[in-house]
Design a binder for this molecule. Sequence first.
Ligand SMILES: [Zn+2]
Ligand SMILES: [Zn+2]
Ligand SMILES: [Zn+2]
Length: 131
Amino acid sequence: MELVSFLHMLKKLGLEVDEARRVALDKEPVMLHCVRCHAGYTEKDNGATACPVEHDVDDEGERVGPDEYEYTCSFCEEVGTEDGAGNGIDWENSVCYEATHTTDKQEVEYDSRTVLTCEENGCTRQERDTA
Ligand SMILES: [Zn+2]
Ligand SMILES: [Zn+2]
Ligand SMILES: [Zn+2]
């Protein structure tokens, strides 16, 4: 009788530890800062397409109509059209390429236009302000 209740207690304890560990993992995901898109993310949300990068246009559009312009992405060379100045460029693929969020700056190709460093984006300053 005593042994049975002892085993029962051990089992109950084990379940509680499992439950506590599960809850801790569920409720406190580690928030990471992506050094490519500068969004907060958790590894649970990360994936091959989690971090889309916009097309990179560095020059004036080429006028192809009365109020229509064409822009070429300097990275993937896709051509986007803008129907009316200031209306924004329409791309067939709305993102240039998709990547995974990362905290490793070595993995990111910075170009100071579409992909900014934390310093250029002002992240380090924000962190200091809220600290
Ligand atoms: Zn592109
Ligand atoms: Zn990202
Ligand atoms: Zn950042």
